[in-house]
Design a protein around this ligand. Structure first.
Ligand code: MF3
Ligand code: CO
Length: 256
């Protein structure tokens, strides 16, 4: 069931979202050539717990995946799209792009956001992929308001990403969020204007376009979690948790 959040619930979601944003801010400094992805995870978990939050992905179970997710961040490098598992041996190199997704719980409520970072200087093609994916998130947010539809939001992402010549990851979607990390509705990154569920003020959504340089197919690696592009092309991922208001989208995870 899609729930409308009351003001006291929004206040707690903002606390969770503030910690999410602080983590993404901290990583801005830590993401450098030579750092391993487990070091990023440890720093994030530290900050989350010090701030009074819980790293919500740690121990999270998903139907159809045998093992619970083991870490506080998802860290996905280059052709990895989402759900990359932090590892000591995974050292970031100059020119890499790295997508970091973080979900924090505070007092039974959740905030969820992600962004892709450049590691040092990156090639122009990667810079464009990041820029287009980031912009597609902002176009999605601009389509959100009470009375708009999920189709309006999906169309905003899809039409822009396709016009820029990139592939859209269609196998994963955004989602409602609040008392659970994942709540209905699903928020696809494609759609048709005017179609789909009508948004109501008080809904809270995690909107998260995933874009790839090549085709649109993705596959899951044998660890059960890491999703990679089938053609090995680069991928990017930007996400924010927002509150639907009568006028627009209020960002609850203000990382920029
Ligand atoms: N932001 C991610 C999502 O909505 C977080 C889930 S990662 C998981 O899918 F490991 F917890 F599943
Ligand atoms: Co999410």
């Amino acid at each position: 069931m899609v729930t409308l959040k009351k003001d006291h619930e929004i206040q707690i979601m903002k606390q969770a979202g503030r910690i999410v944003a602080d983590v993404l801010q901290l990583l801005e400094e830590l993401v450098r050539p030579g750092v391993d992805t487990l070091t990023l995870d440890e720093a994030a978990e530290d900050l989350i717990r010090k701030s009074g939050g819980i790293p919500a992905t740690k121990g999270y179970r998903v139907q159809g995946i045998a093992t619970p997710y083991p870490a506080s961040l998802c860290v996905s490098v280059n052709e990895e799209v989402v759900h990359g598992i932090p590892r000591r041996e995974r050292v970031l190199l100059e020119g890499d792009i790295v997508s970091v997704d973080v979900v924090v719980g505070v007092g039974r409520y959740f905030g969820d956001a992600a962004r892709t970072y450049a590691v040092g200087e990156i090639p122009e093609a990667r810079r464009r992929l990041l820029q287009v994916t980031h912009e597609s998130l902002h176009r999605a947010l601009a389509a959100v308001r009470g009375g708009a539809t999920l189709g309006d939001v999906g169309y905003a992402v899809e039409s822009y990403v396709k016009s820029e010549g990139f592939g859209l990851v269609r196998d994963y979607a955004g989602h409602g969020i609040g008392r659970h990390m994942h709540e209905p509705p699903q928020v696809p990154n494609y759609g048709r204007p005017g179609r789909g569920m009508v948004l109501k003020p008080g809904m809270t959504l995690a909107i998260e376009p995933m874009v790839m340089a090549g085709g649109e197919r993705v596959v899951t690696k044998s660890d059960g979690w890491t999703v990679v592009t089938a053609d090995g092309s680069d991928a990017a991922h930007f996400e924010k948790t927002v509150l639907v208001t009568p006028q627009g989208a209020e960002v609850l995870t203000p990382w920029e």
